[in-house]
Design a protein around this ligand. Structure first.
Ligand code: GLC
Length: 569
């Protein structure tokens, strides 16, 4: 990677080449995941064909052309399995079926095939850390006595204290509150406690149990057999627990935490790799929130997972220096194992970028989500558009969360009685939760349901704002300056330009408030984070800009441009 080169004369020094075992031929279709544009579908909120107010697979099927026109290479479905929806589907009661509100297994199979016809691969979400409390295994465990074989697949323990009315340890749920819930015995008396790192409806599995391992390998095969091209692994660093269940302690050393990033995980994912490798080109993608780069990268060695979400980039504030550092670190770290980087601006768990970038603090942290933070959506939208061009220019794979391509803001005034997210409730209402980024998409028309549902009177599972008429797909398709048009143009250029997607990058030398990255010898993306317009480096053509350029070809504040550089000497 080049850290500095003359403005207008970039020299893209190749990033470290992949390590032995990670060797690759970038033109091979088997390595599609190295540079793909992957679109995240939250099925509840994408498109509703049957008019019940909840998105469904038939709705996705009707919109496949939209996805293909957008220019994405793959879609990732957040869990579409039967679920009581204690956590938006991340509480799965059956991995081999589809939730009836979404459709049937047959429809999923047809959807996978129809998407493939359009050149779109399908990625499904597997949630190995926990199941739903309605899953047959957990129901069997609840109805079996303490110490039974059925309970061994989970973490059941007696309570502490005289009557066992204190939880077995002090672990805190990721959603706040204690990570243990007490059961009741058949006679109504208080029983054992069970562990749930998330909501009580999501009991944690015991990954020390051989049936848990075998079951998940079979689930992978089940979906690979149905043509799925990749698996997104939910909460991938949490599966293994120290069987002694010790307290977390002050600052555990990496690998010593009782339930985060335990060494045994590597072996589990190696066995998943063996399953994936028994098919032709399947990808394993980890959701790994790990701040230690040395620990993070162990998961991306050639015999473990293929790729992981880049949350360091996602949480980064709108700041040239901080983003540059995040990009440099990402590329250096991934280069050590020959894994492709990924670039993510948003997903179904985080504040929409248009809102986040319009605030004084443009970083993201789960613990900081609050109601009533002053937000300038115009500035936020400018920055989100510029960030999109930066993200799509960087080397590796890019993720787009549904609605990001429409520039949707976070919905911050959902009626309290409609909220669903356990993160909101378990914070006693202090944290607005994640519902605001999960509101059903606006497709057409002037008022809710904006074509999301075929019935004008449909009661959507989350209500849409009254002022989204300007954000519909229908309107944005007709407007060349819309965010949707920007995403379409960028994704098309990204596909066509031989140096975009997977590969190497270099840096242009720029003012401190400006980032300039180069791809190949003739492409650069320049982003102006400062308050004043800047002059672009010498170029032959502006290929695309996130907002209108100023007279004399100057790049305004909070704007990005893709330019063609003059041919080198
Ligand atoms: C992941 C999902 C999130 C879910 C959690 C528990 O972080 O992205 O939506 O709540 O896992 O499954």
């Amino acid at each position: 990677m080049v850290i500095a080169s003359q403005a207008g004369q970039p020299t893209a020094d190749p990033s470290p080449s992949p390590q032995p075992g990670g060797s690759f031929d970038p033109s091979s279709p088997a390595l599609w995941w190295r540079g793909a544009a992957i679109y995240e579908i939250y099925p509840r909120s994408f498109s509703d064909a049957d008019g019940d107010g909840t998105g469904d697979l038939a709705g996705v099927r009707q919109r496949l052309r939209y996805l293909s026109d957008l220019g994405v290479d793959a879609v990732w479905f957040t869990p579409w399995y039967p679920s009581p929806m204690a956590d938006g589907g991340y509480d799965v009661s059956d991995y081999r079926a589809i939730d009836p509100s979404y459709g049937t297994l047959g429809q999923a199979e047809e959807l996978i095939a129809a998407a493939a016809e359009l050149g779109i691969r399908t990625i499904v979400d597997v949630v190995p850390n926990h199941v739903s409390d309605q899953h047959p295994w957990f129901q069997a465990a609840l109805h079996a006595p303490a110490g039974s074989a059925e309970r061994q697949r989970f973490w059941f323990r007696p309570g502490r204290g005289v009557d066992g009315d204190e939880p077995p340890n002090g672990w805190i749920s990721e959603f706040g509150g204690r990570a243990w819930t007490r059961t009741r015995n058949p006679d109504g008396s208080p029983g054992e406690w069970y562990l749930h790192l998330f909501a009580p409806g999501q009991p944690d599995l015991n990954w020390g149990h051989s049936e848990v391992r075998l079951e998940h390998e079979e689930v992978l095969r089940f979906w690979f057999d149905r043509g799925v091209a990749g698996i997104r692994i939910d909460s991938a660093a949490l599966l293994v627990k120290d069987p002694d269940l010790p307290e977390v302690g002050d600052r555990p050393e990496p690998g010593e935490h009782p339930y985060i990033d335990r060494d045994e995980l590597q072996e589990i994912y190696r066995s998943w790799r063996v399953v994936a490798n028994s098919y032709d080109d399947r990808a394993l993608i980890g959701e790994l929130w790990l701040s230690d780069p040395d620990r993070f990268i162990r998961y991306l060695r050639p015999d473990v997972l293929n790729s992981a979400f880049n949350f360091d980039f996602l949480v980064c504030p709108w700041d040239a220096g901080r983003l540059r550092a995040a990009i440099e670190e990402t590329i250096a770290v991934h280069g050590r194992v020959g894994a492709p980087a990924t670039w993510v601006l948003s997903n179904h768990d985080v504040t929409r970028p248009v809102t986040r970038y319009g605030r004084a603090d443009t970083s993201f942290a789960f613990g900081d989500k609050r109601y009533g933070i002053p937000t300038d959506l115009d500035i936020g939208r400018r920055r989100a558009r510029a960030a999109a061009l930066l993200t799509m220019a960087l080397p590796g794979c890019v993720y787009i969360y549904q609605g990001e391509e429409l520039g949707l803001p976070e919905v911050e005034d959902l009626p309290p009685d409609r909220l669903q997210d356990p993160m909101h409730f378990r914070s006693s209402g202090v944290d607005p939760g994640r519902d605001g980024c999960r509101v059903p998409l606006p497709w057409s028309g002037e008022e809710p349901p904006y074509g999301f549902s075929p019935r004008a009177s449909a009661d959507l599972w989350l209500p849409q704002p009254k002022d989204w008429a300007d954000l519909t797909v229908e309107l944005q398709e007709r407007d060349p300056s819309s965010t949707l048009s920007l995403y379409r143009s960028a994704l098309q250029l990204r596909r066509e330009h031989p140096s975009l997607g997977d590969g190497d990058m270099g840096w242009l030398s720029t003012a401190p408030d400006v980032l300039g990255i180069t791809r190949g010898g003739d492409f650069a993306c320049v982003v102006n984070f400062g308050l004043e317009p800047v002059t672009l480096p010498p170029h032959d053509q502006v290929l695309l800009a996130s907002d209108e350029m100023l007279k004399g070809g100057r790049l305004p504040a909070d704007t990005a441009a893709w330019i063609r550089l003059p041919a080198g000497p």
